[in-house]
Each structure stands twice: as C-alpha cells, then as structure tokens.
Design a protein around this ligand. Structure first.
Ligand code: CA
Length: 266
C-alpha cells in the first residue's frame, strides 16, 4: 500500500495481517504533514505500539528529553528544528534512542548525514506503511536484544506472536484478529487483573468512555474457543475486570458458558 492511495480497506489489511508487537514499546512520531502523521501513527497504534505524535522539532526534543522512547520516527524537514538537528541535540545529551528518518529528499548525502549523526535507518517518501513497520521491527530487534520471545505460554496455552498460532494442549485454536490481540494482552500480563479500560486501550486502542460491553463480549468469545480443551483460564474479577489465571474454588463457573452482557459486567 502506498501512502498516496491510503484507504480504510487497505489499512485494515495491513493492520490485521501483522499483529505481532510488544505492547510496551513507546514510539515518538515527528511529522508535520497531518495526513502522513495520522496514517503512520494510526497504523502503528493498531499494531499495539504506544504512539505519541508531534508536529515540530521543539516538541520532539522536549518530549524525548522528558520521557523514554524506544524509537523515534523523525521527519527531516520540519517547520522549526530539522530532524538531523533534533538527533544532534539528543545525542549531545547522551540520549541514544534509535531513530528512523523520514524524508522527501533522496540525495545520497542526506542519507549519509542521517546515518552518520546516529540515525538507524532512513525512509524516502513516499513509502509503503508495510515497509516502515518492517523497519521499525528490525530496528527494535537490534536495539532491544532482550526483547521477549515470540512464543508466550501460560498453563497448557501457547501463543506464537510470529505465526499467530494459538494452541491449547497442543490443539490449534482459530482466533479472529481481535481475539488474538486480547489473548496476547492477557498472556503478556498473566495473573494480573486487567480492567476493561486497560483492555480497551491496549487491545482496541481507544477509549469508549465507559461503554465496555465489547470487552465482555470478546472475553466471552475467547472463553468459548478455549474452553473445549480444559478449565476456563480467563477469570472474571467482579466490578474490576478479568485476569488470566487457573480457576480457584469459588470462582464463577464461567466455563465458556456465557451469560449475556450484564452479568459479566457486574
Ligand atoms: Ca516535513
């Protein structure tokens, strides 16, 4: 997909084919073209990255000095401080955050400049969102050698973030992209009670302003698909949310048998 023919249909395709990411990766996107900024940020958010987007160099420097980011995606031509200067300033502070430059320029000397002053990669506009995502992952793999293994496991459940395969007791379980993202988030946080708001913001990437029926609905779907091979692993914590753990005596008998809507939401 080229950014010039970016459409919601194409966007869905790139998003859902490519779900594997680390939920706790923080990216800063610095781009003054609103359309491009929105497309890049939305695409990366949908893949589970935490994305902050700003439109100028001073905001970028201020933010990068005050918060830890795993990677900057940095336009070179900005209305105030250019992308190269942003990196010079950060490197002068000792900040070694990885950087991918975005630029309309394709001259070789710009590329050399970018990489010499500490950029990790460089993309020339227009570019394909898929290629940006691939480069983001590649830079993150290099810069985060301790990045988590692709296969998550809990009890007899495994989830492969590279192949998107989920198995329970060795049996393949077919999940929709949303169910996969929901289960992945539970498996990244085993034993922890996750509120509906947390699930909405990490799995759906938006805030429903209180209407969280969709979370209960998808937990229900997931339980049904996982329940045929063993005890329920996603427990309801009344009035709070849900947690991935083995059932305890006294847990609600949620065994894939889902009572509609409100009882789950109590
Ligand atoms: Ca620009």
């Amino acid at each position: 997909m080229n950014l010039t023919d970016f459409s919601s249909t194409a966007f869905t395709a790139v998003c859902c084919d490519d779900v594997m990411t680390s939920a706790d990766v923080n990216l800063l996107v610095v781009e003054d073209e609103p359309f491009l900024s929105k497309a890049v940020a939305a695409s990366l958010r949908f893949l589970g990255f935490q994305v902050t987007a700003v439109e100028n160099g001073s905001d970028a420097v201020r933010l990068a000095r005050s918060r830890r980011f795993d990677l900057l995606i940095l336009d070179v031509m900005l209305p105030d401080i250019d992308g190269f200067e942003i990196v010079r300033r950060l490197r002068a502070d000792g900040n070694q955050v990885p950087v991918i430059f975005l630029t309309a320029k394709d001259a070789q000397d710009d590329k050399v400049t970018g990489l010499t002053i500490g950029g990790d990669d460089y993309m020339t506009k227009p570019f394909e969102l898929e290629e940006l995502v691939a480069r983001v992952r590649s830079v993150l793999r290099r810069s985060r050698p301790s990045a988590p293994e692709p296969v998550l496991s809990f009890a007899d459940l495994t989830l492969d973030q590279d192949t998107y395969e989920v198995r329970r007791g060795g049996r393949l379980v077919e999940l929709s992209p949303t169910e996969f993202r929901l289960l992945r988030y539970f498996m990244l946080n085993p034993g922890r009670v996750l509120t509906r708001a947390q699930l909405l913001s990490h799995v759906w990437d938006y805030d429903f302003g209180g209407s969280s029926t969709v979370v209960s609905t998808y937990v229900t779907y997931l339980r049904r698909k996982l329940a045929s091979d063993g005890p329920n692993l996603i427990q309801t914590q009344r009035a709070v949310g849900f947690s991935l753990r083995m059932p305890w005596p006294g847990d609600e008998p949620s065994h894939g048998e889902v009572r509609s809507g409100s009882s789950d939401d109590s």
